[in-house]
Design a protein around this ligand. Sequence first.
Ligand code: OGA
Ligand code: NI
Length: 359
Amino acid sequence: MMSWPEQVVRVQSLSESGIRAIPNQYIKPLTERPVFELGSQSDRRVDIPVIDLRNLFGNDPILHLDTLIRISTACRHWGFFQALNHGVSHELMRRARLVWRDFFNLPLQMKQEYANAPTTYEGYGSRLGVEKGAILDWSDYFFLHYLPVSLRNQSKWPEQPSSCREVVAEYGCEVAKLCTTLLKAMSTDLGLKEEYIENAFGGNNMEASLRVNFYPKCPQPELTLGLSSHSDPGGITILLPDRDVARLQVRKDGDWITVNPVPDSLIVMVGDQIQVMSNAIYTSVEHRVIANSAKDGVSLAMFFNPKSDLVIKPAEELVSEERPAVYDGMTFDQYRVHMRMKGPCGKARLESLKFNSPK
Ligand code: OGA
Ligand code: NI
């Protein structure tokens, strides 16, 4: 079985040890470090898309269309938006955060029972990628398979806190409904049949997984990152961001923009497979997480991905003489190897899939 190249260090344990300086293995090269501006980010006057989804579920055609247009604009120009009235119970969101915070607060020894390996990544982890000597991120995580049911193995989900498995099942179910609604909206907007993306992703065999990120306090947040720059490799991600601290940054026209989470919102992110399938009409969002010295935090990222052995390529309806296929087709299994071996690398992987890219 493939294992980690170095002894695994839990970032939470490092943080709780009270060190004042972070170990070298977490110090990013200068160009990757975050810039903490003196003035507030809002000086920049960028309007981060916030979309009320209420009318997507309703039956007023005009309001439905208006919502669709907002989603369309966000997916084409940003690859992300903050969603309100998304249908996921706020109380369930609160419970999901709490139960995972409680998990990370368990004694280390209990969490170690779920220690993961790079073969499937399922379980309790502290790094992405297996390159010896890689610069690591200031976070720990728990990764589990949610869908299809055949891949779901609840014995790999935490047994403690006692409500964890139940809360994950319930939360996943509600978020999956939202995902279905969004995939329909995106397909329609792209001029495809409503079920197109869902079917291309394998219909009932579509895969869903959950990564719960734990961001421990960091004594030198200016030197490292909570999570390095990447775009999510799969279809779409529905992120329940940390509640207390604005940690997520998205890249827009080369600039890093900090997202101040709107209370009770969920963040929707377009992943690489949808950029490919839309023949680059939609863009996947490059994003990262900055570290914080004052507060730790928890976020839940639910990934909806194509069934891993299906070839994902630009939809034929979106390929023409004027707009030739931008990307080669590839299965998600092949695609995600890169992230699993090398860790987060901005959008480099997607670039390499372009027809004219140097191979
Ligand atoms: C991720 C991710 C962002 C966050 O898990 O892929 O980008 O705010 N998370 O935790
Ligand atoms: Ni991500």
